[in-house]
Design a protein around this ligand. Structure first.
Ligand code: FES
Length: 569
């Protein structure tokens, strides 16, 4: 075996070697365990403040068993964790910070390979981004989704939160019923049970080739999740011996596989931002236009909420992502190498679909409209996105008058005001919820419909913002408008009553204003964005890139490799 990276620490003579080894021994570990064996870091996002990842200490134990079995030495280390539900103001503000933590923790320590334990939405991209900037042999193990919720005899999961909320606002659901539904929905360990962002990220990792087959769909509570963790522990040891690094797996073709698979499963719009950021770290050319899958005729195969009916548990029982990929065989780069060291096709060659209602065929898809449409126009010169499968068909070509909210506080203050001049043909516009403006680009783009329209039975309207939407959300919602309002984008100058045209089929989003009028209005622009004056948030606002580039910090693009340049011992 070639010389291990960890030998730079543990094989040294004299004072340095003494220090490196001696303090490991205070944990009761004999030197033969970590000297001469692949040392594998288990990068753990366990936290009781990240409920979706709260079972990760146990999952890490399974990974360790596999590492020991294959002759490696596991070391578990914590990094900052991001719980989507509890963290304020938005977990996205900290994705890049976590990626820095991950990158520096891996590079600074005597690690030969890494297992990334990922679950709740941002933990997956943050860990992969950080690991890419170091580029050691790396495997992703996801935590798995929760079991499907059961409420009053029907299946529920996170997408129902939006429905329950609107039902409560319009008086169809009581506070007590809401309390009961809470417990019914979150009845097991794991992340959101729909094809929300966490599941989308797990599928992304599998389609990129960063996991063993079936990683994305085995439920968190299923014992086979632990088996997968164990096998991943075994595999990472061999990857170190083979020196199979992230950069060998994450090729341009691997990114295309992820984009194609994401379209077929109806993945979250957040996928775009995270995949662009990962590509930026590993040095693969990728642009927002590469995501325009609706142009490429890839149909929606997975009948999963929020675009469809079923849940992640059902996806696994129907054959999981391998069955989806087998159906996509002709679209995929089958020979892309995965962490197994073999072509991607090996992951799905023997897959079977056991329920064509959950995983449809290309010939008879669940919905011919799949993936994401990238919109361009004078509102969004660098792009905006919409998920057609989650939108109302009748609204996908629409012209309406803008009803403008300058920021999220303005929206909250006025949305339910009976005096608000708005009807179902209006286009709701929310500004200053982009990467710089909020800051951190929260998931508020699928703003709730005004109560007075809900009472009329209106369930969807065209909504436009520079923010994001939860992967569990739905509606005719245009997101990620770039440049954002706080960066001087045209969005900032839209006023109440301006005419907005959306044409999803044509990939167009425009405001009916001349270029002259837009530049005149920009001269007198008033800022409604919040500005931080210190700390990480200040750094973030100074350096965050726009959504169409992945919203990474500009100075984090690329990588610095695994070499430690200075050695103080
Ligand atoms: Fe963690 Fe949905 S809140 S995955």
């Amino acid at each position: 075996m070639r010389k291990l990276r960890s030998a730079e620490w543990f094989d040294r003579n004299g004072k340095d070697g003494f220090i490196y080894r001696s303090w490991m021994k205070n944990q009761g570990i004999p030197a033969h365990e970590f000297k001469g064996k692949p040392v594998i870091g288990i990068c753990n996002t366990w936290s009781e403040l990240t409920p979706c990842n709260a079972h990760f200490r146990e999952l890490a134990e399974s990974v360790k068993h596999g590492i020991y079995e294959a002759g490696g030495f596991p070391v578990e280390f914590p990094v900052m964790s991001l719980g989507e539900t509890l963290i304020k103001p938005t977990a996205m503000l900290y994705r890049n910070l976590v990626s820095m933590d991950v990158e520096e923790s891996i590079r600074a320590n005597p690690l030969d390979g890494v297992v990334l334990l990922c679950g709740c939405d941002k933990t997956t991209p943050a860990l992969i981004m950080g690991a890419c900037s170091v580029d050691l042999p790396t495997i992703v193990v996801s935590g798995g989704a929760m079991l499907t919720g059961k409420y009053q005899g029907r299946d529920i999961a996170t997408s129902d939160v939006w429905r329950f909320s609107e039902a409560q606002r319009s008086g169809r659901m009581s506070e007590e019923e809401m309390n009961i539904a809470e417990a019914c929905m979150s009845r097991s360990r794991g992340h959101c049970a729909v094809m929300g962002t966490a599941s989308t990220m797990a599928v992304m990792a599998e389609a990129l080739g960063l996991t063993l087959a079936d990683n994305a769909s085995i439920p968190a509570a299923d014992s086979r999740r632990k088996v997968l963790a164990h096998l991943s522990g075994m595999r990472i040891v061999d990857m170190v011996k083979e020196d199979l690094k992230l950069s060998q797996v994450l090729t341009r073709n691997a990114f295309e596989n992820a984009i194609i698979t994401n379209a077929a499963i109806g993945g979250s719009t957040n996928f775009i931002i995270h995949l662009l950021a990962i590509a930026g770290r590993i040095g693969v050319e990728l642009s927002i236009d590469d995501f325009n899958t609706s142009e490429r005729g890839i149909p929606l195969l997975a009948n999963l909420q929020p675009s469809g009916r079923y849940f992640m548990e059902d996806l696994y029982y129907a054959g999981g992502i391998p069955a989806v990929m087998k159906e996509l065989d002709n679209y995929l780069h089958q020979d892309s190498i995965t962490i197994s060291g073999k072509p991607l096709a090996e992951n799905y060659r023997n897959a079977e679909c056991f329920n064509s209602d959950v995983i449809a065929t290309v010939e008879k898809p669940f919905n011919p409209l799949a993936g994401i449409t990238v919109l361009k126009g004078n509102i969004c010169e660098h792009g905006a996105v919409i998920k057609p499968s989650a939108a109302t068909p009748a609204l996908m070509k629409h012209i309406g008058k803008a009803v403008v909210f300058e920021n999220i506080d303005d929206y909250k203050l006025r949305v339910d005001d009976p005096e608000l001049v708005i009807d179902e043909t209006s286009v709701m516009v929310l500004k200053n919820v982009g990467p710089k403006g909020y800051p951190g680009m929260p998931e508020v783009g699928n703003m709730s419909i005004p109560k007075k329209l809900l009472d009329k039975g209106i369930t969807d309207m065209v909504r436009v913002s520079d923010g994001r939407m939860s992967g569990t959300g739905f509606g005719t919602v245009v997101l990620h408008v770039s440049p954002e309002a706080a960066a001087g984008g045209t969005l900032a100058v839209i006023r109440d009553g301006d005419i907005i045209s959306l044409d999803v089929a044509a990939g167009m989003l425009n405001v009916d204003l001349s270029a002259n009028e837009i530049s005149e209005r920009k001269k007198n622009l008033q800022s409604f964005a919040d500005q931080a004056t210190r700390g990480y948030v200040y750094l973030f606002q100074q350096h965050v890139e726009q959504a169409h580039l992945g919203a990474d910090l500009d100075f984090l693009k690329g990588g610095s490799g695994s070499e430690v340049l200075k050695d103080s011992h």
